[in-house]
Design a protein around this ligand. Structure first.
Ligand code: ADP
Length: 320
């Protein structure tokens, strides 16, 4: 029987557990022996690899995070440790590996596929949604819903006082979470790293709105902008003359019970990944764009810069 392994690397996302559960089920369905690699690339180096069974994955579908745990591994950046990692897989007769991770994890996977004779397949899993050639990554939908709920709650208090709320979302250099959240929360201001901004541009409009009776503002800012949420909040106080508070949503954006969409997509991503490996694809990433799944080569995925969706940017024009 052929053997196949799965690991989670980098930032965890909600619905990784759904993917892990279905990995076990779909492997057995295809007469494969499934293995778990615990603790991401660190576990690969330390041989923390165990045979998986149905009982391991019962009752996990509704849990955020990952039962396999994840890691950031500086050792994996070195070739000498990657040899050990691949050796551990080979000793167990595993020559197929699925990696759930983000941009950094895929760079590690790219190295593995270039340096060794092992079949790897990536499943985009990052709330930053910054994987090129894929419109969507696992966990994004749940994260957007967590942000939506948080901003809805903030709006309740914002409307009770005369205040501006500046809400910072995650996303590193990618403003996707902020862009979608500003739209779905009806914000007045959106600041993202991809679009240059000049605060003076908002000043006249916002002041006029306050004099016309506007009571509160919601500004959504991405963590990658040149200012931080606190300084934007200060700008509201000093330049617009309205009391202001900054809220940094932080790690709550990763957690929570996975959404229906993320769970379903986890199942579909896993099917495509296992099928690709069985089909002898050596180094692919399962991407999802224009509502279709497509296998992309890892060279193209890591070598391409992700652009924000123009149609979303157009929708958000009045806030930018
Ligand atoms: P994410 O996958 O969420 O973007 P990171 O950027 O932290 O998370 O990357 C996860 C891990 O991937 C790193 O800790 C490291 O072990 C591995 N990695 C990242 N870049 C490289 C690289 N250029 N070469 C080898 N491994 C890498």
């Amino acid at each position: 029987m052929q053997s196949i392994a799965i690991l989670c690397s980098g930032g965890d996302v909600s619905s990784m557990n759904a993917a892990i559960k279905h990995f076990v089920e779909y492997s057995f369905e295809n007469s494969l022996t499934p293995y778990f690699v615990y603790d991401g690339y660190e576990g690969l180096i330390d041989n923390n690899i165990k045979k998986a069974s149905y009982s391991d994955v019962s009752g996990i579908i509704n849990r955020g995070g990952t039962m396999l745990r994840s890691s950031r591994s500086s050792r994996f950046m070195k070739y000498s440790y990657r040899i050990i990692a691949v050796d551990n897989l080979k000793k167990l007769g595993i020559d197929m590996l699925i990696i759930l991770g983000g941009d950094g994890s895929f760079r590690g996977m790219h190295k593995l596929s270039k340096e060794f004779d092992i079949k790897v397949c990536g499943v985009p899993s990052t709330i930053d949604n910054d994987i090129a050639l894929s419109d969507y990554s696992l966990g994004v939908d749940t994260s957007l819903n967590v942000i939506k709920n948080a901003i809805d709650s903030i709006r309740d208090t914002a409307s009770s006082f005369k205040r501006a709320f500046v809400i910072e979302t995650m996303g590193r250099d990618c403003g996707f979470l902020a862009l979608v959240s500003s739209l779905t929360s009806g914000a007045e201001m959106l600041l993202i790293p991809e679009v240059e901004y000049d605060l003076d541009k908002y000043k006249h409009r916002f002041k006029q709105q306050v004099s016309n009776g506007r009571n509160y503002f919601i500004a959504v800012v991405s963590e990658g902008i040149k200012d931080d949420a606190q300084s934007i909040s200060k700008w509201f106080e000093e330049e617009i003359g309205i009391e202001s508070r900054a809220t940094i949503l932080g790690h709550i954006q990763r957690g929570s019970n996975p959404s229906v969409y993320d769970r379903l997509m986890a199942y579909k991503f896993i099917n495509h990944a296992v099928d690709a490996l069985l089909d002898n694809k050596k180094s692919s990433v399962v991407c999802h764009s224009d509502s279709n799944f497509k296998l992309e080569n890892i060279d193209d995925v890591v070598g391409t810069k992700k652009e924000l969706d123009c149609s979303l940017l157009k929708l958000a024009k009045s806030m930018l």
